[in-house]
Design a protein around this ligand. Structure first.
Ligand SMILES: [Zn+2]
Ligand SMILES: [Zn+2]
Length: 270
């Protein structure tokens, strides 16, 4: 009986691990191939830093991402147990909740995740927590898409528990949940691409409330500022956006990275 239980748990763990591994590989590979092959000429002109990531950086990013996937799989089992107890509000039938909710719930879950990310991320930068929670992610000074899940154990757990937390609070259609995961991992890989994906003029137009690759890349270069993930709202509200962000974006998007980023313009230090 006990052996059967353990074998069932191991199978569930492997299944969660495989699913998350597939998503990670899909997003990181797609973004890497876009940068180094599909749009190579365009992307080379849009490099954000002069420094290049080394193969050993990518090896470290992938290794720690595998550890994070193990944590995700473990938390995935906890989520399955919560579902068995009837606490997870994922639903399969569109008619279970009003259709307007199914439509609105995707932006809602992204907004909630953005807030969760900003505040957990900023907290992990506290000097007492940084070493144990967030140091590994910042070993990537020049990040690559493979850094998407390159976390310390503490950060991995913090990021993983968002799923059971939100799924026990908000009723979400299973396709809305999958769409959220898709947006999250692709956005994550893009923010670590090292080349600016967003079109010229982005920071001077109506979509300036959305972050860019330069926004997060500056965080890896200068540490204390630009904590946001999808949106710039929290950084602007809390005064933690780097003053030179828009100039750095304009340089990268126009292909003028010769001057590089000078490390000045820090608005706030935690
Ligand atoms: Zn990062
Ligand atoms: Zn950070």
């Amino acid at each position: 009986m006990e052996l059967a239980f353990l074998s069932d748990m191991a199978q569930q763990w492997l299944s969660h691990f495989r699913t998350d591994l597939f998503r990670y590989l899909m997003a990181a590979t797609a973004v890497s191939l876009s940068v180094s092959w599909l749009f190579r000429g365009w992307m080379e002109r849009r490099r954000i830093q002069k420094r290049r990531a080394h193969w050993r950086d990518i090896r470290r990013e992938v290794s720690f991402s595998m550890l994070t996937l193990g944590i995700f799989a473990t938390v995935g089992i906890i989520t399955s147990i919560l579902r068995d107890w009837g606490l997870v509000k994922l639903y399969w039938e569109w008619g279970d909740y009003p259709l307007w909710w199914a439509i609105v719930s995707l932006p809602v879950v992204i907004l909630v995740h953005d807030t969760y990310f900003y505040w957990t991320h900023r907290t992990m930068h506290h000097p007492r927590l940084f070493r144990h929670f967030h140091r590994v992610h910042h070993l990537s000074r020049t990040p690559t898409p493979w850094a998407a899940y390159s976390f310390s154990v503490g950060e991995g757990v913090l990021m993983a528990i968002f799923s059971p937390l939100i799924l026990t609070i908000l009723p979400l259609h299973v396709l809305v949940w999958l769409a959220f995961i898709f947006v999250m991992i692709f956005r994550n890989a893009m923010l670590h691409a090292g080349c600016e994906f967003h079109p010229r003029g982005w920071v001077d137009g109506p979509l300036d409330f959305m972050t860019t690759t330069t926004h997060h890349d500056l965080h890896h270069q200068k540490f204390r500022g630009n904590y946001g993930f999808y949106f710039t709202w929290w950084d602007r509200l809390m005064g933690t956006e780097f003053r030179d962000y828009k100039d750095a974006f304009r340089r990268a998007a126009s292909g003028d990275t010769e001057s590089g980023n000078d490390g000045k313009g820090l608005q706030v230090t935690t």
